[in-house]
Design a protein. Structure first.
Length: 295
């Protein structure tokens, strides 16, 4: 087995992610509401795009209903890629030819990718010119409260701390990553979902049922001490608890919309090519650099 801790881009243990999802497959129950919300966000954005797509790829979306809805809008060929045991496709090394798809959708999966810039580059290459990427992922403020109390509790009880909640991308960086991958017209927007739980135990049980528990490559591989978890739940209530004793958890879902470049797409004007000067548009006087105006 490779030493994932020595790999500079192995942020996540991909085998651990597979195990967590396999364990969660039979226990999700009502804990999948966030996956349904993520799929709905993508569906709403796709409904605003007035064009058809012949070949689409569903990349590891966590809500099965999304694929069913895609089939209902006349997509001739819908492929699915996942690194689950049943499909055995490594979503970090996708086996698709350049220009294979008109549309790629992915709901709440990309936050588990080790090399997100590399995966975005693959996705851009897999799209035909003017093809669409529509994806979302947990990012930003997701589970900040849980992260802080677990780190504090472990430091207090065990005299040290390890990663307990997976790191999440900063939404401000994602537009830059899309541009670096060669996408055109990137749009990044964020939706925050705040959920009240009776206690932190219920929050952690739901994360386990969703297959979204800690899979950091550098995490401790032993069970967390019960004393540490008890202290974390107490800290959560003290720091973030509502008046009724319930605790909030925030999930930030960031949606990426971007297109494979095409000559027909609108392009920004070259510097200096504007037909109207800004000073004229603002009805003011223009001064050259270094000019001084009278006080």
């Amino acid at each position: 087995m490779p030493n994932i801790a020595a790999d500079p881009i192995a942020i996540f243990d991909r085998q651990g992610i597979r195990r967590h999802r396999a364990r969660a497959a039979g226990m999700r129950g009502d804990a999948g509401f966030l996956f349904a919300a993520g799929a709905e966000l993508l569906w709403d954005r796709l409904a605003d795009i007035k064009r058809s797509f012949a070949r689409a790829l569903d990349l590891d979306s966590r809500d099965a209903q999304l694929a069913e809805r895609l089939r209902g809008i006349g997509i001739a060929t819908l492929s699915a890629a996942s690194d689950s045991a049943a499909l055995a496709v490594d979503i970090e090394a996708l086996p698709f030819a350049p220009g294979a798809f008109d549309l790629v959708v992915s709901s709440l999966a990309l936050h588990w990718i080790n090399d997100l810039p590399g995966t975005l580059l693959q996705l851009r290459q897999m799209l035909k010119p003017d093809g669409l990427l529509l994806a979302n992922l947990f990012a930003g403020e997701t589970l900040e409260g849980l992260r802080s109390v677990l780190l504090a509790a472990e430091s207090e009880i065990e005299n040290g701390a390890s990663p307990r909640v997976s790191p999440f991308a900063d939404p401000r960086d994602l537009a830059t990553l899309l541009q670096r991958a060669g996408f055109a017209l990137p749009v990044v927007d964020s939706d925050r979902i705040d959920v009240d739980y009776p206690d932190a135990w219920k929050l952690m049980r739901d994360l386990r049922a969703m297959g979204e528990t800690n899979a950091c490559a550098l995490r401790h591989r032993h069970f967390t001490r019960r004393a540490t978890l008890l202290r974390a739940t107490d800290l959560y209530r003290q720091r973030f608890g509502n008046r009724d004793g319930r605790i909030p958890a925030r999930f930030e879902i960031v949606t990426l919309t971007a297109w494979a470049p095409h000559e027909a797409q609108p392009r920004p004007l070259r510097p200096g090519s504007a037909a109207t000067r800004l000073a004229a548009a603002l009805d003011t006087e223009e001064h050259k650099a270094g000019d001084q105006t009278a006080p």
